[in-house]
Design a protein around this ligand. Structure first.
Ligand code: FCB
Length: 468
């Protein structure tokens, strides 16, 4: 991709999107709200983890973040100025149900009540995610996602939020990226709660799926108004690094563990046989009980797809060995090489998004999709007024929206594109140094300044909507 401009055919593809195609932006509670100890909110696993020395770059925490909790009406006004038709946000569990059990905290729920009214008042569709990684610390102390009971606690919490907001919010996403909660949080140790055990990670995936399924049933049971029910997964492709059998086998394992582990139980009601065998070879069993998969495969209306990048899979390590110290086959993710990268070093591969969406359409037919996150961190340089001429991010968004349009034209049922993120924010283990926002946040003053990419998205949404 040219560094400073967009692909020439992007505009033509985007221009053919239907007027009803959803264009908006996303955020999450811990990354923007701040007010970590206000109005009864208790600690989440990210409040705890961000205080572990070395866990987050620069020792950053979400204590203040973008101070959105206090600036919400202005932020919603900004969204309206930017012409967003949809805003995806998450509810902080420890704000509305401190400690993760028991009755709702009225002050916490009232915040989201006001947010929803503010959005609706400005003609913006609220898209609510129930869980974007901020598990109440008390539930972590009781085992967190490795404990089956957490799934039941989540269903109670989901019902509590839905009771209050279900009359006005139609779009409900249960979970954001179970892969990150389970694998980054329990296997790789880089996200809260910082565990390093494959068995824990596998148990966490299953309990997250169960949490989704139990909550889906509870929300479906409340028929006050039609519900658009979704779950969001972080997805990519995992092509073999070469045609060698070891690499092809590694790609199969990566696809089983990183892709089908998430979509098969939800959309097919079972775990993949090859995944079960791969895990059994490591002495690990998915803790499934009778009836779980029926709950987990409760029909959804929309699959949320978060896409950032993909890796190639290699079946050998740096020294060419195809088994590790425990005698297990090597599965190693490698960059594709020769591609531009974002500020985080993530390869920019919009063509792969088209491929991914077509694969989902082919392998899981009949599932409408929405891109619930897509975006890039770059090393923004503001001018004296705080304006960022972020041509690279603009090009990134344009190329990815065009990639979605290309997939649609080839038959994938994709109904919207929500950019990550509305605001620069707390980027988890990278802290505030990595900026994904359409809008710059000066953290010292909390001043918001829309970047070039925000203006581009506004103009694009306007053009798409302008046609009948
Ligand atoms: C996704 C997360 C989101 C943000 C982006 C960059 O995995 O859902 O909160 O951190 O990555």
């Amino acid at each position: 991709m040219p560094a400073d401009d967009r692909f020439p055919d992007d505009d033509a593809l985007i221009a053919r999107l239907p007027a009803g195609f959803r264009i908006g932006a996303a955020t999450s509670a811990y990354q923007i709200e701040g007010a970590a100890a206000e109005d009864g909110r208790t600690a989440s696993i990210w409040d705890t983890f961000s205080r572990v020395p070395g866990a987050v770059d620069n020792g950053d925490t979400g204590d203040t973040a973008c101070d959105h909790y206090h600036r919400m009406p202005q932020d919603v006004a900004l969204m309206a100025d930017l012409g967003l038709d949809t805003y995806r946000f998450s509810v902080a569990w420890p704000r509305v149900q401190p400690g993760g059990r028991g009755p709702a905290n009225p002050a916490g729920l009232a915040f989201y009540d006001r947010l929803v009214d503010e959005l609706l008042g400005r003609g913006i569709t609220p898209w609510l995610t129930l869980y974007h990684w901020d598990l109440p610390q008390e539930l972590q102390d009781a085992g967190g996602w490795t404990a089956r009971d957490t799934a039941h606690r989540f269903a109670d919490y989901a019902a509590l939020v839905h009771d209050r907001l279900g009359d006005r919010v139609a779009h409900w996403t249960t979970l954001n990226e179970p892969f990150c909660s389970a694998v980054l949080g329990h296997v790789e140790g880089v996200h809260a709660p910082g565990g390093r055990s494959l068995a824990d990670g596998v148990a966490a995936v299953h309990h997250l799926h169960l949490a989704h399924g139990l909550a889906a049933r509870r929300l479906r049971a409340d028929a006050r108004r039609p519900l658009d029910l979704a779950v969001t997964h972080l997805l990519g492709t995992s092509a073999p690094a070469t045609d060698a059998p070891a690499d092809r086998e590694a790609a199969r394992r990566a696809d089983a563990f990183g892709f089908r582990f998430y979509l098969d139980p939800i959309l097919r009601g079972r775990y993949p046989d090859d995944l079960i065998a791969d895990l059994a070879a490591q002495g690990i069993e998915i803790p499934v009980r009778e009836g779980d998969l029926a709950a987990i495969s409760t029909p959804i209306d929309t699959l949320g797809v978060n896409y950032y990048r993909s890796m190639r899979s290699s079946g050998t390590d740096e020294n060419g060995a195809d088994v590790d110290a425990r005698g297990l086959p090597v599965t190693r993710g490698l960059p594709h090489g020769g591609l531009p990268v974002t500020g985080l070093g993530w390869e920019v591969m919009p063509h792969d998004l088209t491929e991914l969406l077509l694969r989902i359409a082919r392998d899981y037919p009949g599932t409408p999709m929405v891109i619930t996150e897509s975006g890039a961190a770059y090393d923004d340089v503001p001018d004296a007024d705080g304006y960022v001429d972020d041509r690279e991010r603009t090009a990134y968004l344009s190329a990815h929206l065009a990639a979605v349009a290309r997939a649609r034209e080839a038959g994938a049922d994709v109904r919207g594109y929500l950019a990550w993120s509305l605001l620069d924010n707390f980027e988890w283990a990278y802290g505030y140094a990595q900026r994904f926002g359409l809008v710059r946040v000066d953290y010292a003053t909390q001043r918001r300044t829309p970047k070039r990419s925000a203006r581009w998205l506004r103009d694009t949404a306007h053009r798409v909507r302008g046609r009948a």
